[in-house]
Design a protein around this ligand. Structure first.
Ligand SMILES: *Cc1c(COP(=O)(O)O)cnc(C)c1O
Length: 497
């Protein structure tokens, strides 16, 4: 059965998956949602014998119904290849009886790679299907992680170019080094004299500049976005929850139809929404445990039914979760409002206006699948140290938030069903915070000394992504004022004066 997509804010027609991938965001500011969640047409036993790529096909074919089998398999094979440092793509590690689903074995050692390694291929396939002749230009503002993952995904992909703006003094030295050493003729990285908001606002202004769009068109170019609300990023994230269940079943760790819980360190709500979609496809998942850091807006939402971004923004050691507006939550709100775009639109207007909204009792009742909690900085560090001391396994700060929240969940509910914890970054990506948590004597060491020490005590080899940046030459050294972003774009694309 075909799946069509429409906006959570109601305007516009139903469109195909490939059209939704090309558009990214609906013109009315809403997010594209499928008109129904398809149910898996393979049994978990059948899936248990399949590779990651085969399972990816079985899941994605049900959502991207206007892609042919050949197109979809081609996208999958190009994405999940030797860019990943293990054939399994997402290994599962057991520690203290919980299953850590390692989503960080791709080129930038964070879970964004799971979606951003396939998105470029889905996008150019979508362009071909819709007879778009233009080259696709991806324009992104980044606070660190997404920029590098998008660069790595799009680098060298024919028919695309990618431009990333980052705040020159607002990212970590390792994050900057990862970006400015990015290879590929179609990549362009620019530091902005300003903060992340300046970069983001500049990008939005260029996106909304209709005159500029016409000039682009005349040069055979058009903009698109690799933003996390693109349905082409959400669908590939459902795959690994299906994969995790199938593999645990195949390994005899769970029985047929046994319910598992899933724990997700959450920021923009994309990853946990993918787990919710997996549950609705028929994966026997019990609770979806939403773990926040001190920016606990989602915990407050799940406990009170009121979403309120009016609060202090806290910088934590899990920066990819330092978010006060979880964009993907809108897809869940739309659903619990009974797919009522009018109601959803009203709530979102409240959020952008006064900064909050409150859902009805009836909507709240439909959130029973979710459990929210949070871990503060001390609890997060304590969890890294404890887990290491008990088992020798080292997790990153984001995963540690999830692990700490999972402990709170078990204490609260006595629910000891098997649990899968989404492990979203390699500890090598946040080496200093991780090593300091284990023992503060490491604080005197340099970044790369810490990397070697972590490899030694954790008994894991240094990931290729880190080895590469030790010696890689800087190939992007462009810096500009926040007012010069359009000029920078013109220069790279060779358009206008
Ligand atoms: C992006 C990110 C998250 C948050 O994922 P969402 O889908 O935005 O909720 C968690 N951990 C890491 C390491 C990330 O990069």
């Amino acid at each position: 059965m075909e799946v069509f997509y429409s906006s959570t804010r109601g305007s516009g027609d139903k469109i195909t998956a490939s059209e939704a991938i090309l558009k990214g965001l609906s013109d009315d500011g809403g997010l594209f949602v499928p008109d129904h969640i398809p149910v898996l047409d393979r049994s978990m036993r059948e899936l248990a014998d399949m590779s990651y790529q085969e399972i990816a096909y079985e899941v994605m074919k049900l959502f991207l119904t206007d892609f042919t089998e050949e197109e979809l398999r081609d996208c999958i094979d190009r994405a999940y290849d030797s860019k990943f440092d293990t054939k399994e793509i997402v290994p599962i590690k057991e520690a203290e009886g919980a299953y850590y689903l390692e989503l960080f074995h791709g080129s930038t050692i964070a879970f964004k790679d799971m979606a951003l390694s396939i998105l470029p291929h889905l996008m150019i396939t979508s362009a071909k299907k819709n007879h778009v002749k233009n080259q696709i230009v991806i324009l992104t503002a980044t606070s660190g992680d997404t920029g590098k993952a998008a660069l790595a995904g799009f680098a060298g992909v024919e028919g695309t170019k990618i431009i990333v703006f980052y705040p020159k003094n607002g990212v970590s030295p390792i994050q900057e080094k990862q970006m400015v050493t990015q290879k590929g003729d179609n990549t362009y990285v620019v530091g902005i004299r300003g903060n992340f908001d300046d970069a983001q606002n500049g990008v939005k202004a260029i996106f909304n500049d209709h005159e500029f769009a016409k000039e682009m068109e005349a040069s055979g170019l058009q903009f698109s976005s690799a933003n996390s609300i693109n349905i082409g990023r959400l669908v590939p994230q459902i795959v690994y929850y299906v994969y995790a269940y199938a593999k645990l079943l195949g390994q005899g760790r769970i029985k047929d139809q046994e319910r598992i819980n899933v724990v997700v360190p959450t920021g923009n709500f994309g990853n946990i929404l993918a787990a919710f979609y997996a549950k609705n496809m028929g994966v026997p998942i019990g609770r979806l445990i939403c773990a926040s850091n001190e920016n606990k807006v989602l915990y407050d939402f799940f406990t009170t039914g009121r979403y309120d971004r009016n609060r202090e923004f806290v910088l934590t050691s899990s920066p990819s979760m330092d978010i006060l507006i979880s964009s993907n939550l809108e897809r869940l709100i739309y659903r619990i409002a009974g797919n009522d775009a009018g109601k959803n639109k009203e709530l979102m207007a409240g959020l952008s206006g006064s900064g909050y909204y409150e859902i009805t009792e009836q909507m709240k009742e439909q959130l029973a699948d979710f459990y929210g909690n949070y871990a503060n900085e001390q609890e997060t560090a304590e969890r890294i140290r404890q887990l290491y001391e008990n088992t020798g396994y080292v997790v990153d700060t984001h995963t540690a938030v999830a692990s700490a929240v999972y402990k709170k969940y078990v204490a609260d509910t006595n629910d000891t069903a098997a649990a899968v914890i989404a492990s979203t970054a390699s500890p090598f990506k946040f080496t200093r915070s991780v090593m300091n948590a284990i023992d503060d004597k490491y604080d005197a060491m340099s970044d790369f000394e810490l990397v070697d020490k972590l490899s030694e005590i954790g008994r894991v080899s240094v990931p290729r992504a880190i080895e590469e940046i030790r010696t890689a030459p800087v190939v992007h050294d462009h810096v500009c004022d926040k007012t010069e972003m359009k000029t920078a774009v013109r220069r790279f694309l060779h358009i206008g004066s």
